[in-house]
Ligand binder design. Structure first.
Ligand SMILES: [Fe+2]
Length: 404
């Protein structure tokens, strides 16, 4: 590692959110990395961009229920006639929710095909042109050529490449920009009044964004991220680990050099009944983003507030906590197992440490996108030890929907 390593330098978003390098190391497993040797250096996830059926209400949901702050807006009032877009922040994590206003908005066609979902996992990069030149040479589909966009707050340089399904990675260099989000957006403010004692925020950062791809395509997409974006392989799950009696999946994880950006990729595996990944692919209309994991440093209070706000989580059977094997495997964690059991929080341990995690039910009408909340204590894993308990719980839900 050279002394010029920049990886543990914080992004302006992280600094603004009051995070420090040690917290990020713990929260999202940030590692040192020398961008000079990286063919496709990535600073961080810039934003998760959703297309939804009703952006106005979805933005309200993220503010009221997920405790996010509204920071920017674009729509008819700002000259964008066909759509509305709301930008929300929690710590260094940024969501953008977009919806069609005029009946001929292409966003409505997207929504008809996919329902509420993630259209863009936008990445902040220091050199858009370098990334695009490398991606193109490696065979990526360039959806938007590098171009400058400016307003009174400065200039961003941007481009976009295609990934699985109708999902894209917009690449943004915002080093010369000081506005609230991107040119065309105006600053906006949350009008929600939080009750006394409400935590400052319910999550601090995006930990990972999972993609579901078709049967037999996982390795192809792992190869894409290795080759096109220089991502490294982090962990590997094989079918047996994740298979339950009826449905199964395979999963591999790729990460950017500094590990700030982590993309697990799932494909269905052959099983007796329909895999949960097949259910997703059917209802999303093809490959797409399955879940977003949000990093919190206090999962107990986060879950308590979310539950009080009406969020429904996947249930975990009491037997999970009472299993002596699990108790032996997880050893000592920062809270009593009873506290985890009360809330249905899962725990997993590996050679580096442990993690606490919980999953919501799908957040839209279709059984597609959902959220995970994760509190890491050294573990850089993804809860491999919980996959079986988790999937049995998922299957109960799938069965209730008549899709198993
Ligand atoms: Fe996850």
């Amino acid at each position: 590692m050279t002394p010029q390593t920049h990886a543990l330098e914080l992004t302006p978003e992280e600094r603004e959110a009051g995070l420090d390098a040690e917290q990020l190391r713990r929260l999202v497993g940030l590692v040192e990395h020398d961008p000079a040797t990286d063919p496709f250096p990535v600073i961080a996830q810039d934003a998760v961009i959703f297309v939804v059926g009703n952006a106005t209400q979805t933005a309200q949901f993220y503010q009221v229920v997920f405790g996010m702050e509204l920071v920017a807006y674009s729509g008819p009032e700002t000259g964008r006639r066909d759509r509305k877009a709301y930008v929300l922040r929690s710590g260094s994590c940024r969501f953008v929710v977009k919806g069609g206003v005029s009946p001929d908005s292409p966003l409505l066609d997207h929504h008809r095909r996919h329902g509420d979902g993630v259209v863009d996992l936008a990445l902040e990069v220091p050199d858009v042109d370098k990334c695009i030149a490398h991606a193109r040479a490696q065979g990526a589909v360039v959806l938007e050529e590098p171009n400058d966009v400016s307003d009174e707050h400065g200039t961003v340089r941007r481009a976009a490449i295609a990934t699985y399904g109708e999902t894209r990675h917009t690449l943004i260099d915002r080093s010369r920009y000081h506005g609230p989000y991107l040119p065309g957006f105006v600053a906006a403010e949350t009008r929600v009044t939080r009750p006394a004692g409400h935590p400052k925020r319910l999550f601090q950062a995006l930990d990972h964004a999972v993609g579901n791809v078709e049967l037999g395509k996982m390795d192809e997409w792992v190869g894409f991220y290795n080759r096109v974006m220089g991502f490294v392989n982090m962990a590997e799950f094989v079918g047996d680990d994740i298979a339950t009696e009826y449905s199964a999946l395979m999963s591999k994880v790729v990460a950017s050099g500094n590990h700030r950006v982590k993309f697990p990729l799932n494909e269905p595996a052959i099983a007796k009944k329909k895999s949960q990944i097949d259910e997703y692919l059917e209802f999303y209309g093809g490959p797409g983003c399955q879940h977003l994991a949000l990093a919190t440093n206090d999962i107990l209070s986060t879950v308590d507030v979310l539950r009080a706000n009406g969020v429904e989580f996947l249930s975990t059977p009491d037997s999970y906590y009472d299993d002596p094997e699990l108790r032996a495997r997880i050893g000592k964690v920062r809270v009593e197992v009873e506290e985890l059991k009360k809330r249905g929080i899962l725990v997993d341990r590996d050679e580096d440490g442990y993690l606490l995690q919980i999953f919501t039910k799908p957040q839209g009408d279709r059984p597609t996108v959902f959220f995970e909340f994760i509190e890491r204590h050294g573990s850089l894993g993804f809860g491999k030890g919980n996959f079986k308990a988790l999937f049995e719980s998922l299957e109960r839900e799938q069965d209730r929907r008549g899709n198993l």
